[in-house]
Write a protein that binds this ligand. Sequence first.
Ligand SMILES: Nc1nc2c([nH]c(=O)n2[C@H]2C[C@H](O)[C@@H](COP(=O)(O)OP(=O)(O)OP(=O)(O)O)O2)c(=O)[nH]1
Length: 228
Amino acid sequence: MRQLVVAGAVVRGGRVLAARRTRPPEAAGRWELPGGKVEPGERPDDALARELREELAVDVEVVRWLAGVVPVGEAHELRAALVRLTGEVDQLEPDGDTHDRLRWLGPDELDEVDWLEPDRPFLAEVAHELHQAAPTLRGVFFDEDDAAQAARRLRGDGYDAHVERERLAGEDDDEDHPWAVLTDAPAVALELLVDELDGWLDLEEEQDTTAVGSPLELPTTPRRIKRP
Ligand SMILES: Nc1nc2c([nH]c(=O)n2[C@H]2C[C@H](O)[C@@H](COP(=O)(O)OP(=O)(O)OP(=O)(O)O)O2)c(=O)[nH]1
């Protein structure tokens, strides 16, 4: 019998996490949904949670298993699940051992990376799921602490919210990038926070899911200067 490998489609803010493998040599440079082998007697859900904790230091829960079981080589077979992050994570780092790069991909970006063959049959269902996801709003802040506070408060109100580093149009260095809070909260909730914490709403719908990493435009209306 083939040994089961479980992989997680970690979905957050309308995007899925892809990880680039470093080993074995034939898989190095190819992208996958992070996960690993199920140990004897282990439940697949538990194995997936364990692997993502070990590899990415995140806590997840399985939302549902995707359709299909795909053979991997002679000895393994792959199943994949939609999972969601349950703990506090603002920045994810690759583990360095299995992966050297991570990317959050929107539904129209899934073909931008070179997936391992066994992962490909799952991608159509992942794309469908991402298209269904609640629209993602972005609030942008110059101050990391303000962004973190906004995300915390949104999560406290039961919404999904996380912080990402942004670039601005015309920037050509790594200095002073603003911070974006991506959330499925309604606009009114985010509006109150950007007003209070001196950020702005990024209303470029197209940027939300399709153009990850593309530069933001500066706000067109004056921002208040922060008072001490
Ligand atoms: N984790 C994972 N492995 C995949 C995917 N697609 C795919 O073909 N594989 C292959 C690569 C490996 O040959 C095998 C899983 O190995 P792994 O290295 O991730 O498993 P593991 O963490 O338990 O590692 P190990 O220490 O036993 O090597 O399945 C995928 O999406 N995720």
